[in-house]
Ligand binder design. Structure first.
Ligand SMILES: Cc1cc2nc3c(=O)[nH]c(=O)nc-3n(C[C@H](O)[C@H](O)[C@H](O)COP(=O)(O)O)c2cc1C
Length: 320
């Protein structure tokens, strides 16, 4: 079953979450190959865009991707965000998402990310400025609120809809929770009842069955998968099949997991070169081998390795 945002139709309801340090182009090409219907970029700083930082401009490059990607921006000042959104649109963004959920101290102390949920008048002004600055659809990704005493997501959902936002994503934890406890899926159901724009449910989907359950319990229009896909892009294929009522693909073998880990490595190497790939792939590789006998020792060896050949040999040794 397809899903649409502001007139753009996606082939299914399975979305890969924005994750800083994870969802770069290599990762998005991989999730697309596993059947994910819509990707998000990593969050991109409005300031860095306005200054034209090279690595930030690179993050706007969506070429070679077979599945569309939403460009996610973060910032705290309406006019800066509006200017950054206009740049992103000019560079080819087809949908722009505003980050109102990042809990990281260095982000919220600047009034960005989840800090916007503490100041809804500014959140409204910021949304309005961005919507007015671009022609493309604008979406908002939010948490449940700042803390348990201020769970104002329904108010922010209504503000977003009234200001012309075309879809919202809700990760129903508060900022103070960071990633602790369980995502409160009831809040997704309430958001769905509160607005008529599409609601994307997010939080704690680790198996295809979790996605089915989230849709059943909340009625959300699409599901977004973050941590569950790290080192496990197979989850996108399984979830897409489950949501379309198809038979689930078989659980990947260890050999298949290693093969995909190396494919991920090669994709990144093509895009980012040797040095960055070795250092950035270390965390991905540790996710790919998590839970396998010998993983801890292999991880230590990967952290010392400096070439693809060494990494490949370490991964292959896990098959013995
Ligand atoms: C490593 C990491 C980086 C993240 N970076 C972002 C980000 O750049 N923008 C954003 O909106 N959310 C970010 N998130 C939050 C995820 O998009 C998602 O909302 C959260 O992980 C809950 O979904 P999950 O339970 O499927 O992981 C990040 C999460 C993780 C684990």
């Amino acid at each position: 079953m397809s899903f649409s945002i502001g007139g753009y139709v996606f082939k299914n309801r399975v979305i890969c979450a924005p994750m800083a340090g994870v969802t770069d182009k290599a990762y998005r090409i991989l999730t697309a190959s596993f059947g994910c219907g819509l990707n998000f970029t990593e969050m991109i700083s409005d300031q860095a865009l306005l200054h034209g930082h090279r690595k930030t401009m690179e993050m706007l490059d969506l070429s070679q991707e077979t599945v569309p990607a939403v460009v996610q921006l973060f910032g705290g000042q309406p006019q800066n965000m509006a200017r950054a959104a206009a740049i992103a649109e000019k560079q080819g963004a087809i949908i722009i998402d505003i980050n109102m959920g990042c809990p990281t101290p260095k982000i919220v102390k600047n009034g960005e990310g989840a800090a916007l949920m503490k100041d809804l008048p500014r959140a409204r002004e910021l949304i309005r400025a961005v919507v007015n600055a671009v022609e493309v659809p604008v979406t908002v990704k939010m948490r449940k609120g700042w803390d348990d005493s201020s769970t104002n997501y329904l108010e922010l959902c209504r503000i977003a809809e009234a200001e012309g936002v075309k879809a919202i994503t809700l990760h129903p934890r508060t900022r103070e929770q960071f990633f602790s406890g369980r995502a409160d899926w009831k809040a997704i159901r309430e958001a769905k009842a509160a607005v008529s724009i599409p609601v994307i449910g997010n939080g704690d989907i680790f198996e295809a069955g979790d996605a089915l359950e989230m849709i059943r319990l909340t009625g959300c229009d699409a599901v977004m998968i973050g941590r569950g896909g790290m080192g496990n892009p197979f989850l996108f294929a399984a979830t897409a099949a489950a949501l379309d009522g198809e038979e689930l693909p078989p659980t990947p073998t260890l050999a298949q997991r290693i093969q995909i880990a190396l494919r991920h490595f090669d994709l990144m190497q093509e895009l980012k070169g040797d040095e960055r790939t070795i250092s950035e792939m270390r965390k991905h590789l540790s996710w790919y081998i998590k839970g396998i006998p010998g993983a801890a020792q292999a991880r230590n060896r990967i952290n010392q390795a400096n070439t693809r050949e060494e990494i490949s040999a370490i991964l292959m040794s896990l098959l013995d």
